[in-house]
Ligand binder design. Structure first.
Ligand code: DGL
Length: 227
């Protein structure tokens, strides 16, 4: 199970919708010839405020579908599914999993104001991964969590820069900036598609931290040969 996945092996990604494409597209930049399967679980989107049992069951169902397709590496390209299901997935299936981590660490290392905003779904912010990472860096920085209310729906509707998108995003981002955040962590893969708008609303003194790239690098590092 710890063997590296070979370059010709299939790699599976899943998310509640198109959010995880933010990770898959970075992965494909690194491994352009990889054989990628992507599942958007639209019938159950959004995951962010669903019962944990449902998200857990969906994570297992989608993983089994990807394994049936022959995937040898699974990227849980969803912070919510990672928060709810990654331990259970790793304990159940004999393939490597890469999940999304709340990127509080790099933000805490670079923050000058020592105030960090993290925007994620309710389920992610209630999860063990977020609680543990926040506690680990709480001595270095004050971490302010915020639910990205309505963000997933904007992205799924292809609204990245409409007046409505601006209003929905401002409502969440402006209070974080007002509280002194100089870093805002994107804790949901859908939010990558709102990154420019979030950055514009937050202003030039705020750094937006998006874990899509490091997670894609981690997945690529598990492929044995560069393409
Ligand atoms: N893109 C997902 C995440 O990273 C799911 C968001 C949702 O479905 O609410 O959390």
């Amino acid at each position: 199970m710890n063997n590296l996945t070979a370059e010709h092996d299939k790699v599976g990604f899943f998310d509640s919708g198109i959010g995880g494409m933010s990770v898959a597209r970075e992965f494909l930049k690194l491994r352009p010839n990889a054989d990628v399967f992507y599942i958007a679980d639209w019938d159950f989107c959004p995951y962010g405020d669903k019962d944990h049992e449902i998200v857990l069951e969906r994570a297992h169902t989608l993983t089994r579908k990807l394994l049936e397709k022959g995937c040898k590496l699974i990227v849980v390209a969803c912070n919510t599914a990672t928060a709810v299901a990654i331990d259970s997935l790793r304990a159940t299936y004999d393939v490597p999993f890469v999940g999304m981590e709340p990127a509080v660490k790099p933000a805490a290392l670079h923050s000058k104001s020592r105030v960090i905003g993290i925007i994620a779904t309710a389920n992610t912010l209630q999860g063990r991964l977020f609680r543990e990472t926040s506690a680990r860096f709480a001595a270095n920085a004050k971490i302010i969590p915020a639910v990205g209310e309505g963000f997933v729906e904007l992205v799924e509707n292809g609204e990245q820069n409409t007046d409505r998108a601006r209003a929905v995003v401002s409502k969440v981002v402006e209070p974080l900036v007002a509280k002194g955040a100089d870093h805002i962590v994107l804790g949901c893969t859908h939010y990558s598609f709102l990154k420019e708008l979030i950055a514009e609303i937050a202003g030039p003194s705020v750094t937006i931290v998006d874990p899509a790239i490091p997670v894609a690098h981690r997945a690529a590092s598990l492929i044995s040969h560069a393409n």
